[in-house]
Design a protein around this ligand. Sequence first.
Ligand SMILES: Nc1ncnc2c1ncn2[C@@H]1O[C@H](COP(=O)(O)OP(=O)(O)OP(=O)(O)O)[C@@H](O)[C@H]1O
Length: 627
Amino acid sequence: MTAIEQIIQNIDSGKSFVLEAGAGSGKTYTLIQTLNYLIENKGEDLKYNHQKIICITYTNVAKNEIIERLENHPLVLVSTIHEFLWECIKSYEKQLKIELCKLNEVRYKIDIDLGIESRYIQNLLERLDGIDSVVYNDTAFRDFESGQLHHDDVIVLSKMMFQTYPLLTNILSQKFPYLLIDEYQDTAPETINALVDSLLDNNKDKITLGFYGDSHQKIYNNGVGDLTKYYINSDTQKLHIVKKEENYRSSKAVVNLLNNFRTNIEQQAQTELQGSVKFVYCEYRPIKTRINRNNREVEDESRTAYNREIDLQKNVNFDKVVNILKTEKNWVFDQLDNKKNDKILVLVNSAVAKRNGFSSLYRIYSRRYTRRVGDELNKRKNALIQYFVGYTDKKTSQERETGVEHLIKFWKDSNYNEVLRFLKRNSLLFTDGHLEHKHKKIITDILNNLVTIRETKSVKEVMEFVESRKLIPKSDAVQKFIDQVNSDFDKLEDGPEKIRLANNKTFYDSLMELPYNEIISFFQFTQNHTVFSTKHGTKGEEYRNVLTVIDDKDWVNEAEGYNFEGFFDDTDPNIERKLRTRNLFYVECSRAKENLVVLALSPMGELALNNVKKWFGNDNVIKINSL
Ligand SMILES: Nc1ncnc2c1ncn2[C@@H]1O[C@H](COP(=O)(O)OP(=O)(O)OP(=O)(O)O)[C@@H](O)[C@H]1O
């Protein structure tokens, strides 16, 4: 039976299900097929009972694609998770206030127990009495005292509401008897819990849930990742597993490789194209050692000097491989024509930053965050950097298009609707929310000006311009950061807090002096508009040929990072990191339609290489010197 046939069988017998579908299997297509089936076969009933089908997606792009493909069908509500959950809970004002107080109390206690100054409030209930209702809008700051929620709070509060008020879930299941969720692996565990353990548990006969996704493509830390616990045990299962094992994207060689390190799905390539996979590894001279007086072997040279030499060697190796691919294999790495490009997938490191024109930004980050630099940059965690380039929502993996550069992108693309939406949401230009004719001229002048000054001025000058024109005010977090670095922290007692503030000040001062051009380059990089791609943005994308570059050095010591050698040889003791690395590797390799080359710049031990040989085939694992 095909996946869609199994899904239909589940739907017809009222069973909730998970579609586990590997890379390139056409998940969205199956989701659309399901929706069409429901419209055609259950549509009349739904209409009669004033019910709707809910389809939850993660990005506005996916949302729009589905709406378009269903030709805006009135029976289907396509929604992001926040929109949906907020719609579910927002009218229960009394209950919301109670739950908000509970949440506030829990978070307040955590802060107090940790001995840190809490942003939460004692005795919130009394203060909430004075406000009309709890509110949430997409860009609101958290301000519990005035009943204002941040979007993370919506996720947590809805879980609490679903748990505490079964009646709420009964009402929802009456209104929405079918609920389909795209990219389940990136859904917050709290949301899965609300949907499966409350909504479904309380209303088994009334609602069917369908989860679509791929456990091996979870690359964001906050997603649930995998729903196995809900279907593994047939006695207690709440969901039924359906597998989709076709791969419509990749060549036989690539699919074969994916199957070699994936255990829960065995994909079938749907093309006759053979393609190829190669793994290139590098060896470096060992660090010099000597025997000391105590007869112990110790390092005989400075590790910094050694690392510097190896870094240079890595650059040479990288250039060598790229050159061979270009000249001998006809791969196309053309910075200007992104569409036709073959792609280099690489996590940000100093060499990547240099090649993409943001090496000074990288240096400033390295000084502040030392070993966490890659992670900090990749995730755009710092509030100051977010002001310029936005960020990826950690709960939903959605790009938050809130940065100066997003606004400029909309403007340059002549996407005026988005420009206006952005300004209405973020700027102080429209104090009364109305756009008048006079505003259009003002906006045009400001934005044209901004486009130009960005090219030549410093970060500080751009920030001042943006602020003075009331385009985007500083967020609370940015203001707090600036206030702190400008405070008189010299008077503080010596200790970690003083050091932290001093480091922040250096970071802030150097960032402000930076040519803004570096921010532009960094933004292009985060949006995959270079031949390089941040791996966090590659899901759903595909390229003819892919070069994936691995360099453990920048990541291996971080609990939050990646450890490729430890994944290849199965020795990484940190299970979460091992899964994260496996998923990243899976997502990267599965982007290739024809040919894949993996270049391991950091050294790989014998055990790792032996496993790699099992996956890639002996002849496809090549030492760089033999190229
Ligand atoms: N039924 C089909 N027949 C032919 N081609 C298909 C079919 N379904 C999908 N494709 C093609 O296969 C490729 C992969 O599809 P798609 O990107 O939808 O898969 P996916 O499951 O979302 O992949 P991933 O999760 O890896 O991003 C696309 O080029 C798509 O056009």
